[in-house]
Write a protein that binds this ligand. Structure first.
Ligand SMILES: Nc1ncnc2c1ncn2[C@@H]1O[C@H](COP(=O)(O)OP(=O)(O)OP(=O)(O)O)[C@@H](O)[C@H]1O
Length: 836
């Protein structure tokens, strides 16, 4: 049975929403046996019993034992020993033989296990990481909850099983029993043991590490959430903290190319730091797109390029105009105590520290809401009644597929525009901004303000700082070297305009990383090998600024000269039309000394250079104008980003999606083709979202932003780095598990929802709560499923499967019936009109 056929079993009557990921067949080892990630989904789907929940999670909850190979990371770390492994109610124990009367040679309390993940060390092998402290979550020590914050306190052991099936059943069983792994331990007991819990009388969490307490206080995570899934709360707190604080090396493509260690340890994913590092200059990015203020999650429509025209004639790229938006102080009251950089991180791509704020309205914290009953969409498809298909089944009373009662329906009421700005041409008020909030006076819509011209900042600089100066390459160039830290700090962590607001104590500011995976000399030599040996100033006439990225500004330019005595032709790919004088191009200018992670730029150029495809923004050439001034020349995509298009396509009819299904099918298909091309080359994009999909006037759709691509290799077929933008992140990323190309498929599903609903799920939630919801809800629910075709719901259900094994690959998606709905490119013309 094909994937589509499996999905076709769902009838219109059954399907009121996208369902949860189907659980892979696991009973009696069926389906698990011999399973591997590349096995065609069709085969597995045929083994699926969608009508019964009885098979779910049974094995995971049983006691389990069996022979395994074992080694630890201690003195005998090179020896695999045959041991008898037993999973008891409170511990995992290793015995010399299968007679349980003997004392175990190793006993690990389940409460000390902080990570269990597959590793490539052996064929069927997993790594179990525990706190060194055997009573890992000792009573009375709240700080001990912060188990993953100290690498030195952790120890790993490796267990190899005989078969794939065995491996999965062990993983399931251990996951299910470990309280710190979303397992099934009773929240009550757990609370008791660690003296952490929720006091309904005071309405606050007790026994938390201080910084977690502060984070929770400002989040919308409630006592109910805690009671329902305390492990998930801890998980997202760890994730969030990591995202904000940990300073670890990245494992971006360049790293894998340079022989990144194949360690599979992932409980402390490190890549957020690559984000941070990359984004020291990200306030320039944030200052680019104009916005309604720090919490402006989705910018209002961007003005045409002409509005930010900055023609400066040949060769010299104009300084960036970074006018501040009027409503930069538009921070919801309940968020004003949260350091702005944290929100920036959560909002932004790949980049915890890129200085942007989370997309979408952040609504008031009123704990009552969590107790409210869902108002709508309470009908579920039959398969939605199944328990979570996650490999860590939980008997939690929380139905992970229940409607998000915390979600504000953006269509339902009129939020007040804090700016009171009138819409102007090209500044259509998005649908979500046309309604008022049901959530009371504190609610301040964040996506309502029209977006200023592209040159205006997305996130304000502190009022007393000269934003234009801060973001201007010219000024940055001129800044004395010893001013750089100050500049970077300013760009990294813009202050809230609200000077009175205090940051919560205990929340650490992002650290600056000093780690660089390539030496400057190596980077320069690599860059020189991929750049044209000529002065770009005489080759291009800059017309206007087209956008602002984290690492630099993007300009529209015209080719005025083609260097003859250069290595240009050999650098260029045959598939690209020969350059012509008069060609319009996009030039991204990057000041290398301002790039904390220059190797990520090399990464981006290498990926783009080797990735010629009609659905990928083509790299044309690059120049080192000086050793510090890099110009990357790309195809110009005059249609702007998909985000712009969505925001400019909203209608007054709130029950209709901004784009039609045929338009969505076309855009998703094109993006999917680009993704398949990358995946075929074992490259994961890791930051698919509407911001990173550009269109041109011929409605060609192309993926951009390859700085955070990762290449999977034979040695390393999974990644564990935290990369991406939270709202688009797949659950396995949020849960800090290993992942592969299919995280892009999840993000593609979320991007599809953006086109349907104007924004990704949970954008209304504060970032921490959003992470919690991604981790616990799994497949998000649609707001208006009844208005959608079965085809698009089926499509979403195979993109947004929590269980990666049942999530479709890009190859499978391309055969999906949803794409039969795709319109002609000409039918996208209306979407691009706002640019004219
Ligand atoms: N090839 C292009 N054609 C037209 N406009 C572009 C092109 N590339 C980027 N832009 C515009 O410039 C903006 C910034 O692009 P860029 O890729 O630098 O952004 P980013 O992903 O935020 O930054 P970074 O890659 O530095 O992290 C985009 O939002 C888009 O509006």
């Amino acid at each position: 049975m094909s994937l589509s056929a499996a999905a076709n079993k769902i009838s219109d009557n059954d399907f009121q929403n996208i369902g949860p990921a189907p659980r892979p067949p696991s009973a009696n080892g069926q389906g698990r046996t011999g399973y591997n990630q590349t096995q065609p989904i069709t085969k597995l789907m045929s083994q699926l019993d969608l009508t019964s929940a009885s098979h779910l999670g049974k094995n995971a909850l049983k006691k389990k034992s069996g022979w395994v190979s074992y080694k630890d990371d201690g003195i005998l770390s090179f020896i695999w020993q045959k041991r008898y492994l037993m999973l008891h109610d409170s511990c995992v124990a290793l015995y010399k033989n299968d007679k349980q009367n003997d004392d175990p040679i190793l006993k690990i309390p389940l409460t000390s296990i902080i990570s269990v993940s597959r590793t490539q060390l052996k064929q069927y092998c997993f790594e179990l990481i525990r706190c060194n402290d055997r009573n890992s979550v000792p009573s009375g020590s709240s700080s001990s909850l912060n188990v993953s914050s100290d690498n030195n306190s952790k120890k790993s052991i490796y267990i190899a099983t005989k078969t794939e099936n065995d491996l999965h059943t062990w993983l399931d069983a251990i996951f299910a029993k470990c309280p710190l792994l979303s397992g099934v331990s009773s929240p009550t007991n757990f609370t008791h043991k660690v003296h952490v819990g929720f006091d309904p009388e005071t309405g606050s969490f007790v026994g938390m590490p201080t910084n977690w307490e502060k984070l929770l206080k400002h989040s919308r995570i409630t006592g109910e959430d805690w009671n329902n899934n305390s492990a998930a709360v801890i998980q997202v707190l760890q994730f969030y903290q990591e995202y904000n604080e940990v300073d670890n090396p990245s494992n971006a493509l360049d790293k894998s190319q340079s022989g990144e260690a194949a360690s599979s340890q992932k409980s402390l994913p490190s890549s957020h730091s690559e984000n941070k590092l990359r984004n020291n200059s990200l306030n320039s990015k944030t200052s680019s797109s104009g916005s309604s203020g720090p919490i402006s999650q989705r910018q209002a429509p961007q003005a045409p390029y002409a509005k930010s025209s900055a023609s400066s004639g040949n060769g010299s790229l104009p300084p960036i105009n970074t006018k501040l938006s009027n409503n930069q102080s538009n921070i919801p009251r309940h968020l004003q105590n949260i350091p702005s950089q944290q929100y920036n991180k959560m909002r932004n791509a790949h980049s915890p520290t890129n200085g942007q704020f989370p997309r979408g309205p952040i609504h008031p914290s009123h704990s009552q809401r969590s107790l409210q009953q869902p108002q709508q969409h309470q009908q579920y498809p039959y398969h939605q009644q199944l328990p979570t298909p996650s490999p860590s089944p939980s008997p939690s009373p929380l139905n992970p597929y229940r409607p998000h009662h915390n979600m504000i329906n953006p269509y339902s009421k009129q939020p007040q525009s804090s700016l009171g700005t009138q819409p102007t041409k090209n500044q259509a008020i998005p649908r979500y901004a046309q309604n008022s909030s049901p959530t009371g006076p504190q609610f301040q819509p964040q996506r309502t303000a029209p977006k200023p011209p592209v040159s205006a900042p997305r996130v304000p600089f502190p009022p007393n700082q000269n934003a234009a100066a801060a973001a201007s390459p010219a000024v940055l160039n001129a800044a004395p070297k010893n001013d750089q830290p100050a500049l970077q700090a300013m760009r990294q962590a813009p202050k809230r305009p609200d000077a009175d607001a205090k940051e919560p104590a205990g929340v650490t500011k992002p650290k600056k990383s000093t780690r660089q995976t390539m030496s400057t000399a190596e980077i320069m030599s690599k860059l020189k090998s991929v750049t044209v040996n000529a002065d770009p100033s005489i080759c291009f006439k800059v017309i206007e600024k087209a956008g602002q990225g984290a690492s630099g500004s993007v300009y529209l330019a015209e080719r005025t000269h083609i260097p003859i005595e250069s290595n240009m032709i050999e650098l260029m790919n045959n598939e690209i039309d020969e350059p012509q004088v008069g060609d319009k191009v996009a030039i991204k200018q990057m000041i290398l000394s301002k790039q904390p992670r220059k190797e990520l730029i090399v990464n981006e150029i290498l990926v783009m250079k080797d990735s010629r495809h009609k659905n990928i923004v083509n790299f044309l050439e690059a120049y080192l104008k000086t050793d510090d001034d890099l110009w990357v020349v790309m195809e110009f995509m005059e249609g702007g980003s998909l985000t712009d298009i969505i925001e400019n396509s909203t209608t007054n009819d709130t029950s209709h999606s901004p784009l039609t299904e045929p338009q969505i099918a076309y855009i998703v298909r094109e993006t999917c083709q680009g993704l398949k091309f990358l995946h075929d080359k074992h490259i994961i994009h890791r930051d698919i979202k509407s911001d990173n999909v550009l269109l041109d006037t011929r409605a060609r759709v192309k993926i951009t932003d390859f700085g955070f691509c990762a290449r999977l290799t034979d040695k390393r077929s999974k990644r564990a780095t935290m990369v991406g933008t939270p709202y688009w992140m797949a659950p396995e990323v949020v849960k800090q598990r290993e992942y592969d190309e299919k995280i892009d498929v999840w993000s593609l599903g979320i991007m599809t929802i953006e086109m349907l609903e104007g924004e990704p799920p949970y954008l209304n939630e504060d970032p921490l709560k959003a992470l919690y919801l991604i981790a616990t809800n799994g497949t998000p629910k649609l707001k208006y499923p009844e208005t959608l075709s079965l085809e698009i719901k089926r499509f979403l259900s195979v993109c947004l499967c929590v269980d990666v094994r049942y999530r479709a690959s890009t190859e499978e998606l391309l055969h999906h019936g949803f794409f039969n709905l795709a319109c002609d490119p000409t039918d996208l013309t209306s979407l691009l009109e706002w640019k004219e």
